[in-house]
Design a protein around this ligand. Structure first.
Ligand code: ITT
Length: 195
């Protein structure tokens, strides 16, 4: 069965191809001739993931899924959340975002935060949502050089290391994205009819 993954991120596409068995053929946006950037303007992760999946479904009629991820910090009322990629402003770097985050949290004693990923699937015209999250804390300074985004300042409650101190292969087994993806894969294994 063919399934579009509404992303241009080749790394994400490879990761899911490695996890899915051969009954599924994953196509990226370029492979279904969608070459524009799909806007991410909703106010929730669910809204963005659904918007991206619907955008592709309306143009292609194909089964499709899309994801969105954010870092939700309790002391900041859930920010940066859906704005995680552009927290310090459009076109700013991962490090600029960390600088802003640590600045905003300078006086915060409550360091609780979570990474949350939402995946929206449209299968045979019906919509489904899957979620994965990892609870943790925001450190006061960076530790580690692996991963990306906010990884150097995020430590899961279940580990002594930040995500940036873990080998990527290990992070990719336990991450918010991995947990949401596992739910998607289990659902597809049970519900996707061979086409
Ligand atoms: P797409 O091309 O797929 O849209 P994106 O950069 O928008 O990729 P996401 O929606 O998955 O990526 O994530 C939004 C932001 O959240 C991302 O730019 C990072 O700042 C942060 N983020 C997401 N996953 C992360 C992770 O595993 N570790 C650290 N930061 C992460």
């Amino acid at each position: 069965m063919e399934l579009v993954f509404a992303t241009n991120n080749a790394h994400k596409i490879k990761e899911i191809r490695d996890l899915l068995d051969q009954d599924f053929r994953i196509l990226g946006l370029a492979e279904v001739n969608i070459n524009e950037d799909i806007p991410e303007e909703a106010e929730t992760l669910e809204g963005n993931a659904l918007f991206k999946a619907r955008f592709v479904y309306e143009r292609t009629g194909m089964n499709v899924f899309a994801d969105d991820t954010g870092l939700e910090v309790d002391a900041l009322g859930g920010a940066p959340g859906v704005y995680s990629a552009r927290y310090a402003g459009e076109g700013k770097s991962f490090d600029d975002n960390i600088v802003k985050l640590l600045g905003e949290m300078k006086n915060a004693d409550n360091r609780a935060a979570r990474f949350r990923t939402v995946i929206a699937l449209i299968l045979d015209g019906s919509e489904y949502l899957f979620e994965g999250s990892v609870e943790g804390v925001i450190l006061r300074e960076r530790k580690g050089i692996g991963g990306f985004g906010y990884d150097p300042v995020f430590k899961s409650l279940n580990d002594e290391r930040t995500f940036a101190e873990m080998p990527l292969s290990e992070k990719n087994k336990i991450s918010h994205r991995a947990l949401a993806t596992k739910k998607l894969l289990a659902f597809l294994a049970d519900n996707a009819v061979e086409k």
